[in-house]
Design a protein. Structure first.
Length: 624
């Protein structure tokens, strides 16, 4: 079937515009209506926030440290995100403090925010109750629109050719070479690395749960660096970039991370641009020049002959700019891998740079327009991910329905199957837990590695079971659009079942062997309810460090020995809402290594083929 790349890109622009307008309008409405307490609970606000030091950082940006009290609530603040400050008076009246501010670094309880100038600190000092919240992110959208325009307008160059290969009718090409052997990889991983090495335009590493996608991708990057001087590595999220980068650093690869990591520790920070900049032998000289410039600006106010001071400042600025340019060039010349998020590829430090190869991890979770940002700078593309797991996050359902949720990876998988390598050996789950996912999503092609095939915690224990909550007078409740639904009876039942299972294993053994538990629900409201209820039960106190309760999205990329899954929906009409996005369920059921316990109303859920087949398979296992 003929494919028109330009039409496809025009549609992407229209749909991205719809998403942008919807997102901005929703943000403005919610900002005006939602209470500060709800924003804090949602992880988009710190209140009260406390001022720390303010200073010029190594990149000559003026920054201020912000702290919050220790909190169990996670937050969404990370490098590059815009924020706004506000104050609250004794009557609860909120007043915005107007200034441009960006997160430079964030940990659980502290963040560093870049602000316009030292004078800006005065606006924050003396505020009785200070708060900081996420602002609307115009920058990311602008970077996506700019990339779409560049790709659409490209003519008679490599970008135009890549556009026609990825979205149009040009075939993907491969060099014919003898395959390289990698005895430490399994055959499907080895085949995938070779496909990457010999792809001239595009290759896809399709990695179902537990199949070692990151291992394969790291090997592919490592081998590519035997043939190329430098590559770019990207992912949708900062966390994925961090993980990928850390694995490369462990292999001895010199990585330069543009942007600050999400998981903050010395090892991660050591390969960021800012830390490497500070560690450069010429940095102290640059810092001294900048310090002199700042002192001269102060002196300039109190002297009559300002022009001579200004001339000296100008000469020092030129010297500082030259030195900064020299340090920057040195860092980029030494680095073998440049690592950043997809949007981070638009960073001013990367302006004008080109890369022979680009590796995008989490490609199945990324909007197509975001993928084009680094592709614009690249000669060929390697996409890795799993389009049978979590889709991209899209707020405008209408835009998603019209095609914004179809990722670039999906399009290439469908149109260029010769570019795809499926990883088939999984190293996470007991075979019985794996089987349903393999049959439904991967044409039954997955096999469990020998070391995990029969793994379990207890003898004569079914690795997967479904506890029917239909007879418990279960009722689902709608809470609000952002948090969805909850089911109080099912939440209590889940905690009862977890208590029973912990009792069967034995407390001593759990603590000694660090057997960990994951509690998953697709609905945020159910997640919050389960967290509250668990904290009220003293039984769980010794095990809290081993129990994680989160949404499906929160468990992406993670695994636990035991998973309990609360499906929530219970109604006579068989309505299941977004439980009908089976990709989310694929993530949920494949987090378990040794035991999966599903709690759900059989009567409601088995009206749908997916849950009917899952329930039937679990019943078969139970009856054996």
């Amino acid at each position: 079937m003929a494919r028109n790349a330009i039409e496809d890109l025009h549609l992407q622009k229209v749909l991205l515009r719809e998403e942008y307008e919807y997102d901005k309008k929703s943000f403005q409405q919610e900002s005006g209506v939602i209470s500060v307490e709800k924003k804090v609970a949602a992880g988009i606000c710190w209140f009260p926030a406390f001022l720390g030091r303010s200073y010029f950082n190594s990149l000559n940006q003026y920054v201020v440290e912000i702290r919050r009290r220790a909190s169990e609530e996670s937050h969404s603040f990370e490098f590059g995100k815009p924020v706004s400050f506000f104050s609250m008076d004794m009557s609860g009246q909120v007043r915005e403090i107007k200034m441009a501010a960006l997160v430079s670094y964030a940990s659980e309880t502290e963040m560093v925010v870049s602000i316009p100038s030292p004078a800006s600190v005065a606006q924050l000092e003396g505020v009785a109750q200070l708060g900081v919240q996420l602002a609307f992110d115009e920058t990311s959208y602008q970077a996506m629109f700019d990339a779409l325009n560049k790709v659409t307008e490209a003519k008679n160059n490599r970008l135009a050719e890549l556009r026609e290969i990825l979205l149009g009718n040009l075939p993907a090409r491969f060099a014919s070479n003898y395959p390289v052997r990698f005895p430490w990889l399994n055959p499907s991983q080895e085949k995938a690395v070779n496909k990457v090495l010999y792809a001239k335009d595009v290759a896809i590493v399709h990695g179902p749960p537990g199949t070692g996608k990151t291992t394969t991708l790291v090997e592919a990057v490592y081998e590519t660096l035997r043939r190329e001087t430098q590559v770019m590595v990207c992912a949708q999220s900062n966390m994925a970039v961090d993980w990928f980068s850390e694995q490369l650093v462990n292999r001895g690869v010199n990585v330069l991370r543009i942007g600050n990591p999400t998981r903050v520790n010395d090892k991660m920070l050591s390969f960021t641009y800012e830390r490497k900049f500070e560690a450069h032998p010429k940095y102290d000289t640059l810092w001294g020049i900048r310090k002199t410039i700042r002192e001269l600006y102060k002196k300039k106010r109190g002297v009559d002959d300002r022009s001579s001071v200004q001339n000296r400042i100008q000469k020092l600025k030129e010297q500082a700019d030259g030195l900064e340019f020299e340090i920057r060039n040195s860092l980029f010349a030494e680095a073998r891998v440049i690592a950043c998020t997809l949007v981070g590829a638009s960073h001013h430090l990367l302006q004008g740079m080109r890369f022979s190869s680009l590796f995008i991890d989490e490609a199945a979770q990324a909007l197509e327009p975001a993928c084009w940002i680094p592709i614009v700078k690249s000669g060929r593309v390697v996409l890795a991910g799993d389009h049978c797991q979590l889709p991209p996050t899209i707020k405008c359902m209408e835009a998603a329905r019209k095609g914004l949720d179809r990722t670039l990876m999906q399009k290439v998988v469908e149109a260029k199957p010769e570019a795809v390598s499926l990883l088939t050996v999984q190293y996470r789950m007991n075979e019985a837990i794996m089987r349903f996912s393999s049959d439904w999503f991967y044409d039954g092609k997955l096999v469990a590695a020998d070391e995990v095939k029969y793994r379990g915690i207890l003898d004569f224990d079914a690795p997967i079971e479904w506890i029917d909550t239909a007879g418990d007078e279960v009722e689902e409740e709608f809470v609000e659009q952002s948090a969805g639904r909850l089911n109080r009876v099912e939440a209590d039942r889940l905690l009862d079942e977890m208590e029973k299972y912990i009792g069967r294993i034995g407390a001593e053994r759990i603590l000694e062997e660090n057997i960990d538990f994951g509690v998953i629900s697709p609905y945020k409201a159910q997640v919050f309810l389960l967290r509250r209820l668990m904290h009220k039960r003293s039984f769980f106190k010794p095990f809290r460090r081993l129990i994680t309760i989160n949404s499906v999205d929160g468990f992406q990329g993670q695994e636990r020995d035991v998973i309990l899954l609360s499906l929530v929906r219970a109604n006579d009409e068989g309505r299941i809402g977004f439980l009908s996005d089976y990709r989310r369920m694929n993530v949920a059921i494949t987090r378990a290594r040794m035991k999966l316990i599903v709690l759900g109303n059989v009567q409601t859920l088995t009206r749908h083929a997916f849950y009917r087949k899952l329930y039937g398979m679990i019943e078969e296992i139970r009856q054996k």
